[in-house]
Design a binder for this molecule. Structure first.
Ligand code: SAH
Length: 376
């Protein structure tokens, strides 16, 4: 427990809760009651864990234990139904977490916040994706991404990663597995530079919150040694790799991390990656006008991915203050897509979500700072 801020129980796994209850002389089944309360019922203070006898609640609080989920500091609702949350932790740091409803009526505005029926249909969506952050800021410094302008402030703990998900589920009044919720670890930060906390959060979300690993995807900028480690995990989300360029020269310019792990080593790691039945690696590619969006670049991508079980998500640049690139014209995007499709690579153009509220890919940056800092 020593490394846990404020003795927060949110973030502890079964083994850790068992040791805790044993240490204070309680029977092991109390750990299960705590797991249910924290992760399934989303009880927010020990006071309110009604399955525990009152004296035990007092005892736990006396030990300095708390649940303390993070708070919603701000909430922005897009006209496409996307909600961007600014989620704050007790030390004053905050991250952004995005709720993206999809399907029937998912575009109908902020209707998702109303209603209390357990039927998704009546809320106007049939599935939703939560985009989750892994660090406060990011150290990777991709030239097209707003989060990079923050630098990295700190890693999130496993409890803080899980806490974002629980906070949004509660705010939206939904509960997996009955409600179809997908997780994308594609918010602020580089998950593979906070690997252990990220993986612990994944296991808690699968085992205790009840979200299937097949509904989760993690995206990495290409931390090659961690891609190898990730392939060995028993429980793991699907893998997405931010490719973003078709040759080393351009990739190094856009993503300085390419100096450390070049395309060769990145693609080799992808080729070694042990895929499951019918699983593919997703490659994300942000299209920057006149920089990496030519059909000759598309042909280079085809050559890189030849023989890999992959699919490609193309993302036209989401613009932002201080980002020195422009959006490619629609016909360039489809020409690029066609080259890949003709070569047999399933290729999709990702529809931007919540651009109007700065919730789209590459636009996550603490709102407070957007509002107060001058454009660099
Ligand atoms: N650090 C991880 C997780 C963040 S995912 C990673 O890099 O993969 C962020 C995704 O958004 C990446 O695929 C990136 O290519 C994309 N992206 C970043 N900035 C963008 C922008 N301005 N417009 C469109 N997509 C962007």
């Amino acid at each position: 427990m020593t490394h846990l801020a404020h003795n927060s129980l949110l973030g502890l796994d079964r083994g850790e809760l068992v040791s805790l209850v044993e240490r204070i002389g309680e029977p092991t089944y109390r750990a299960q009651q705590l797991l249910d309360a924290i992760y399934r019922k989303r009880v927010e203070s020990i006071d309110q864990v009604s399955t525990l006898p009152q004296p035990l609640r007092v005892k736990l609080m006396g030990e300095g234990c708390s649940i303390s989920p993070p708070a919603v500091e701000k909430r922005f609702v897009s006209k496409d139904g996307t909600v961007r949350y600014l989620i704050a932790f007790p030390d004053g740091q905050s991250v952004e977490t995005v709720w993206m409803p999809e399907g029937d009526g998912g575009e109908a505005g902020d209707g998702t916040e109303a209603g209390d029926s357990s039927q998704n249909g009546s809320r106007g969506w049939d599935r939703a994706t939560i985009c989750v952050s892994s660090q406060v800021g990011c150290a990777v410094d991709c030239q097209f991404c707003l989060t990079a302008l923050l630098g990295v402030k700190r890693n999130l703990t496993a409890g803080e990663i899980v806490g974002q998900v629980l906070r949004v589920l509660t705010d939206q009044n939904v509960s997996p597995p009955q409600d179809r919720v997908n997780l994308a670890f594609m918010g602020m930060g580089e998950p593979f530079l906070n690997y252990d906390n990220f993986m612990k959060a994944v296991r808690l979300l699968v085992e205790e919150v009840g979200i299937a690993e097949s509904r989760m995807t993690v995206s990495t900028a290409g931390i090659v040694p961690r891609i190898h480690d990730f392939g060995l995990e028993v429980i793991r989300p699907k893998l997405a790799i931010s490719l973003n360029a078709s040759n080393d020269e351009t990739r190094t310019r856009l993503m300085p991390i390419n100096r450390k792990w070049s395309l060769d080593s990145l693609i080799a790691a992808a080729r070694d990656f042990p895929l499951r039945n019918r699983e593919r690696i997703t490659f994300e590619y942000v299209l920057l006008n006149g920089v990496n969006d030519d059909t000759t670049n598309a042909e280079e991508v085809v050559a890189l991915l030849r023989g890999l079980r992959s699919k490609v998500n193309l993302i036209a640049l989401n613009p932002g203050p201080g980002i020195d690139f422009s959006i490619p014209a629609a016909d360039r995007v489809s020409a690029f897509q066609n080259v890949l499709i003709k070569s047999g690579i399933p290729t999709f153009v990702r529809r931007p979500r919540g651009r109007d509220i700065f919730a789209a890919c590459g636009q996550l940056k603490r709102t407070v700072e957007i509002a107060t800092s001058p454009i660099p």
